[in-house]
Design a binder for this molecule. Sequence first.
Ligand code: ARG
Ligand code: ZN
Ligand code: CA
Length: 195
Amino acid sequence: MVPNEFSNLTADVDVQFTLKQVTRKQSNRRSWGTRDRMKRSSRGGVDAIDTSRNLNIWICNIGGGILGYAQFPGGSASTDGVVISPQYFGTQGYVSAPFDKGRTATHEVGHWLNLRHIWGDGGCSVDDYVSDTPVSSTPNYGCPSYPTQHCNSNDMTMNYMDYVDDSCMYMFTTGQKNRMRALFASGGYRSAFAQ
Ligand code: ARG
Ligand code: ZN
Ligand code: CA
């Protein structure tokens, strides 16, 4: 449950995706790292499908305990999209608790839609560029009890852009929604998706 303090800030981001294509490729590589090798057929990976109109998701073992990573808007077209390790993708089969509720994809797609981590990846004075998310100075892990505080306000630990367990993250804010949706507006970096 979202605490009262934050309940008027929750937002339905109102973005839907349609599955276009699934490509499966055999590989003997055990871990793929975070340098986009999986996005290039010349490196044993799979090339992206038209990133101006498609969200590309590569599912492969990243290694190093990394659940997923994303490219922010404005990067190279050929590597645009998100990467998720199979243990943390979806809710069935080869998934590993406590990251077995599909929230790694929610979090990474948040990055792909221009969201920063809720603590701004810095101290109490570093912002995430969203005005209705409270400032914090560090990620939260596990399933924090409320209230949890690191700066002069309670952390919104249940936000998808924190680092908590899948079952303990369950909201975006209106400010995050607006920041994401701005990309689809005319002149926005992902405006081709809105067509
Ligand atoms: N650590 C990863 C990142 O910063 C993903 C975190 C996802 N968290 C989760 N509960 N699934 O992109
Ligand atoms: Zn992240
Ligand atoms: Ca903020």
